[in-house]
Design a protein around this ligand. Structure first.
Ligand code: DX5
Ligand code: ZN
Length: 227
């Protein structure tokens, strides 16, 4: 397997959760032109997290809008039931929560058999050791730096030590695995996250909520991490 994300470059993944959905295509094209590396799609079911957002139909409509990879973050109680539908709709990578997948190895195998990148997300209160057995199989770890469910929450600094621990685990057993962070990422928190070992940055509010617009928000974030 040749991982698509084998390099260690800094990458930015704007989250459309904070976009103006009345003009989603335009908002996605804008961040693509500004240098975004992938588009982060937050899927919530009102069960695993206390909010409801998007289904496969949104990914289907987004697919022809951009050439960027579509990364689908599944915050849902039964991720296995929806993997095929999101892959069929055009998702390039599928991220499931370690807390929400009972047979995680089977789920990861399923995603990779679909020809998609497989990621595992981990909540702030879940210890890094929960990733130990599955890590060699993964293309990506998504460390949550807020409790999932909403955009615009404050970064939890207690996650930094765990991110550093995950970085050490990745370097020792699966160096091609990406380490991505999600929640409260902005120009102030990103430099601390990069020092802890993160290389991919999901950002909703600091890009789509930027008072001077998404292009300026993305450039400010990229500038803070040397991009
Ligand atoms: C939160 C989502 C995030 C969210 C981040 O549950 O997983 O992707 O969009 O939003 P900000 O960047 O505003 O914290
Ligand atoms: Zn997310």
């Amino acid at each position: 397997m040749i991982p698509r994300y084998a390099d260690n470059a800094i990458k930015i993944a704007p989250s459309i959760l904070s976009a103006d959905l009345s003009r989603l295509a335009e908002q996605v094209k804008e961040v693509e032109a500004a240098g975004a590396d992938r588009i982060h799609v937050d899927v919530m079911d009102g069960c695993f997290v206390p909010n409801i957002t998007f289904g496969p139909v949104l990914v289907k409509w987004l697919r022809p809008v951009t050439r960027l990879p579509l990364e689908v973050h599944l915050m849902i109680a039964k991720p296995d039931d929806f993997l095929d539908a999101f892959a069929e709709a055009g998702a390039d990578s599928l991220i499931v929560h370690v807390e929400g997948a009972t047979h995680l190895n089977r789920t990861i195998q399923h995603i990779q058999k679909l020809g998609r990148k497989a990621g595992v997300a981990i909540n702030p209160a879940t210890p890094a050791v929960m990733l130990e057995e599955i890590l060699p199989e993964l293309d990506l770890v998504l460390a949550m730096t807020v409790n999932p469910g909403f955009g615009g929450q404050s970064f939890l600094p207690g996650t930094l030590a765990k991110i550093a621990a995950i970085r050490r685990m990745i370097d020792s057993v699966n160096p091609d695995c990406e380490l991505e962070v999600d929640g409260g990422v902005d120009q102030d928190t990103a430099p601390r996250l990069i020092a802890a070992g993160a290389r991919v940055f999901v950002a909703g509010s600091s890009i789509y909520g930027a008072p001077d617009g998404p292009t300026a928000g993305l450039r400010r974030l990229a500038g803070s991490v040397g991009g």
